[in-house]
Design a protein around this ligand. Structure first.
Ligand code: NAD
Length: 512
């Protein structure tokens, strides 16, 4: 049984919560704006948060700069040990934090717990990485010389996160940034600040037990105004921003003005190609979970199905019947497949997209609409819907963050790949086929242009071990696994002369 009061007091979340939190301070000034946070699950107010002022942001950034000096001096494997302890604390808090994610954001409880599991997984991964921050050794062209490279911390890393993965995205960034020797300032989505306060509470307990300056983990609650301050702040060496393409373009332009670094994880417009050689049962589960999971609010949500003409009608019937079985309702009830959208703005965007789709020639084979009546009082529950469209429709080119699935028919695989790539975004993609030639063509340089390309797996649900991110308007950043840690460090090339001469590179003579 879910008891919101129990969850909030577990994480020390009160009726009124601070605008910022660092090691030295937590609080808000008298002119901080108070904002009520309501749950999309039942429309009830959960708590109030104070929105940080510009002065508060600057004070936090100063604390972060101070904390960076001590944290970087701790050896990387020792930093890894702190992350190991955060992973243990997250395991202890998995149930409570997963519930809060589900209640504040609206995703199913399974997905809320899954999100916390991702945090635990990235902690484990980061602990290993803390002993593997390798650089290369090169052979110098000069006698008696040695050349190598090493990776140093950047300093302060700013993390701007989106509402849909309110805690996992922060952890992908923070755990790696921390083992790399950086400190973090997190600006969570203004729609999901309470889960951020809960994470800060967990981390600060671990820091206190280890006598770590809590300024290593700074939290600033605010909306885009705080994000804009962070993007312009020369003290923030790297701005890692997850959200819409609109936001990414604004952040990139501001960071570029000061020639800072940014890591962008932006919108997707993900497709699954279903060929005549696909296992239709696998394709069905992949497509339906991909389209309705998290109510269509994942960056990797399946938005387009590109289906071979020979199986199009058969697969369409399967989809329609599967959509008839989707249970929509309170995401904390494990029987439901799909919960609400985040808020009424998202509901309006969903309704507008349906209208535009119809106006542009789309034909709905499963109708959408807003659900009303008992259990749907928040006004945020909508029906997942399916439309037959053409890929070039303006609405199909656009990422609508809602459960609207577009069906497109194809004739040859070349044509299907062209359709899959013919959108501005380039995050996740998949092909369903048991034919080796089709799979390899899709994965080749002439295949999918996305950062993620899967075979016989849908577009959503990545593991933390691989580098995550996408091309084109998705922003080009890579987070999480593989060598994504390198984005959080600066590379330095070192050449050491241990000879008794000073030979110059390229054999240049310079006699005095
Ligand atoms: P959003 O762009 O509205 O907000 C994201 C964050 O950016 C928030 O914290 C917001 O306050 C901040 N922000 C907004 N405008 C800003 C500006 N001009 N300068 C600085 N900060 C600004 O996105 P959202 O609605 O919270 O999330 C949904 C979007 O996020 C979708 O487009 C989705 O695809 C994308 N997303 C991408 C990934 C990925 O890894 N590629 C992951 C999750 C979400």
């Amino acid at each position: 049984k879910f008891d919101v009061g129990e969850v909030l007091s577990h994480f020390n979340i009160n009726e009124t919560n601070p605008a910022f939190s660092t090691g030295k301070n937590a609080g808000s000034s008298a002119d901080a704006e108070a904002r009520a946070i309501t749950s999309p699950v039942d429309g009830l107010k959960i708590a109030t948060v104070q929105m940080a002022t510009a002065a508060e942001y600057h004070a936090v950034a100063e604390q972060a700069v101070i904390a960076a000096k001590s944290w970087r001096g701790l050896p990387a494997p020792k930093r890894g040990d702190i992350i190991r302890q955060i992973g243990l604390a997250l395991r202890e808090n998995k149930d409570m934090l997963g519930k809060l994610v589900s209640y504040e954001m609206g995703k199913s409880l399974q997905e809320g717990w899954g999100e916390v599991q991702e945090m635990i997984d990235i902690c484990d991964f980061a602990v290993g990485i803390s002993r593997q921050l390798y650089g290369l050794t090169m052979h110098s062209e000069r006698p008696g010389h040695r050349m190598y490279e090493q990776y140093h911390p950047l300093g302060v890393v700013g993390i701007i996160s989106a509402f849909n993965f309110p805690v996992a995205v922060w952890s992908w960034n923070a755990m790696l940034a921390w083992v790399c020797g950086n400190v973090c300032i997190w600006k969570p989505s203004e729609k999901t600040p309470l889960t951020a306060l809960a994470c800060q509470h967990i981390v600060q307990q671990v820091f206190a037990e280890n006598d770590i300056d809590e300024g290593v983990s700074c939290l600033v609650i605010g909306d885009r105004a705080i994000g804009e301050l962070m993007a312009a702040d020369h003290r923030v060496a790297l701005v890692s921003a997850t959200g819409s393409t609109r936001m990414g373009k604004a952040v990139a332009a501001t960071v570029a003005q000061r020639l800072g670094k940014c890591l962008l994880e932006l919108g997707g417009n993900n497709a699954i190609i279903i060929t005549e050689n696909a296992s239709l049962d696998i394709a069905l589960v992949g497509a339906v979970f991909g389209a309705v999971g998290t109510a269509g609010q994942r960056c990797t949500t399946t938005r387009r199905l590109i289906i071979h003409e020979s199986i199009y009608e058969q697969f369409k019937q399967k989809l329609v019947s599967a959509y008839g079985q989707i249970q929509i309702g309170n995401p904390l009830d494990e029987h439901n497949h799909m919960g609400p959208l985040i808020d009424k703005y998202a509901v309006n965007a969903y309704l507008n997209s349906i209208e535009q789709c119809k106006a542009q020639g789309g034909k709905f084979i499963v109708e959408g609409g807003v659900l009303e009546g008992p259990g749907f009082e928040s006004g945020c529950y909508v029906k997942p819907c399916i439309a037959e469209v053409e890929n070039h429709f303006a609405i199909v080119q656009h990422e609508t963050f809602a459960p609207i699935l577009y069906l497109i028919r194809y004739h040859t695989l070349d044509e299907a790949i062209e359709l899959q790539n013919a959108v501005p975004q380039g995050l996740s993609s998949a092909i369903m086929t048991n034919n080796l030639r089709e799979a390899e063509q899709f994965l080749s340089f002439a295949g999918s242009d996305c950062g993620i390309a899967n075979v016989n797996i849908g577009t959503s649900g990545a593991e933390i071990g691989g580098a995550f991110g996408g091309e084109k308007e998705t922003g080009g950043g890579r987070e999480s696994g593989s060598d994504a840690w390198k984005a959080y460090m600066r590379r330095q090339t070192n050449t050491i002369n241990y000879s008794t001469q000073l030979p110059l590179a390229q054999g240049i003579k310079f006699d005095l």
